[in-house]
Design a protein around this ligand. Structure first.
Ligand code: BDR
Ligand code: CA
Length: 326
């Protein structure tokens, strides 16, 4: 079984990505690393711990990573993030707090150590700003050791979701994403090109409510607020974008997408700051390092999504208590 690390800025679709991964028999999550983004880093870390409790996976360690972009010393949550993910990152739904604490080691050390230990058997999926990955690369340029890295971020053939060129995760730390793309590390990019083709509606959250567990009810409520926010910001889509779970899904099963292989960079100066685009200096370099997902089998993904997330939402502490008393 492949080992998996999720690098999250735990907002609503990050929560769905976690549920997708927990419901996937092909992978074993060995840790979650947390970054700033949809919320402050510490709020995201607390959200990850609370969600792991809700899903009955207190065995999975959580590591705190970057609290701000590489070239900044502070971070303020953007109003758009609070609108989409709620002030607490989970649609302002109050899920029970965890008693657990994050581990002592910093996120980038955990990434480096895990890649050293598991090499090609490790998959890293980053669904927030790329700061933790850039920090790991700065500490050890070869840290990846053959592991597979998939990111949710960027937009190659469609406009951004922050402004005409910026996708949110890249916009939070363009320098970090640029370091990652230019490092020559093999990356799979799952950007808005495909994530805005995979949508969820109230019909699916109603199906979760039928499951009847606390996990299912909370996640349905959290996701309803996300669908509602999408109804305000992008009513033409007819649902909410499943950005982060799609990145996990493609990391596990690349046959869900088709790819364009190229060498990417991030524009760092205005007027196109934050744009993901081909690196003109490596255009003729035959060694292409980034696979950009450009088409997706949305129907098959949604089927997998409902099956895997529902499996995760079946958990109740009652069922766990019954199991352990047998
Ligand atoms: C990405 O930005 C964040 O708001 C989401 O969690 C997702 O990772 C979408 O652009
Ligand atoms: Ca995210």
């Amino acid at each position: 079984m492949k080992k998996l690390i999720l690098d999250l800025d735990t907002g609503i679709d990050d929560c769905l990505a976690l549920a997708y991964a927990l419901g996937s028999p092909e992978v074993e999550i060995i840790g979650i690393t947390g970054t700033f983004g949809n919320v402050q880093r510490d709020t995201g870390v607390q959200n990850s711990l609370a969600l792991l409790d809700l899903f009955g996976r207190q065995d999975i360690p959580v590591f705190a990573g970057a609290s701000h972009a590489l070239q900044r010393s502070t971070f303020d949550v953007q109003e758009a993030s609070a609108l989409i993910h709620g002030r607490n990152g989970l649609g302002n739904v109050q899920i029970p707090k965890s008693n657990r604490q994050p581990e002592h080691a910093p996120a980038c050390d955990f990434l480096i150590e895990s890649a050293k230990e598991h090499g090609e058997n490790l998959t890293l999926v980053a669904t927030g700003p790329m700061t933790n990955l850039a920090q790991a690369l700065e500490k050890d340029p070869e840290f990846h050791n053959g592991c597979q890295i998939t990111i949710m971020g960027g937009a190659l053939t469609v406009p951004g979701n922050c402004n005409p060129v910026q996708e949110a995760n890249i916009s939070q730390d363009p320098e970090a994403a640029d370091i990652l793309f230019r490092s020559g590390t093999a990356i799979t990019m799952v950007g808005l090109d495909v994530t805005l083709q995979t949508l969820l509606t109230y019909k699916e959250t109603a199906a979760w409510r039928q499951i009847g567990t606390p996990a299912a009810n909370y996640v349905a409520e959290i996701t309803d607020s996300y669908i509602q926010a999408y109804g305000t910001i992008a009513p033409y889509l007819g649902g909410c974008g499943l950005h982060d779970p799609l990145a996990v899904a493609i990391a596990i099963d690349p046959s869900l997408a088709s790819f364009f292989t190229t060498n990417l960079k991030v524009d760092l100066s205005e007027p196109f700051r934050g744009r993901t685009i081909g690196d003109e200096q490596r255009l003729n370099n035959p060694h292409k390092t980034v696979k950009v997902a450009l088409t997706v089998d949305a129907e098959r993904f949604l089927k997998e999504f409902m099956h895997r997330v529902s499996t995760c939402l079946l958990y109740t502490s009652d069922a766990a208590d019954e199991r352990s008393s047998v």
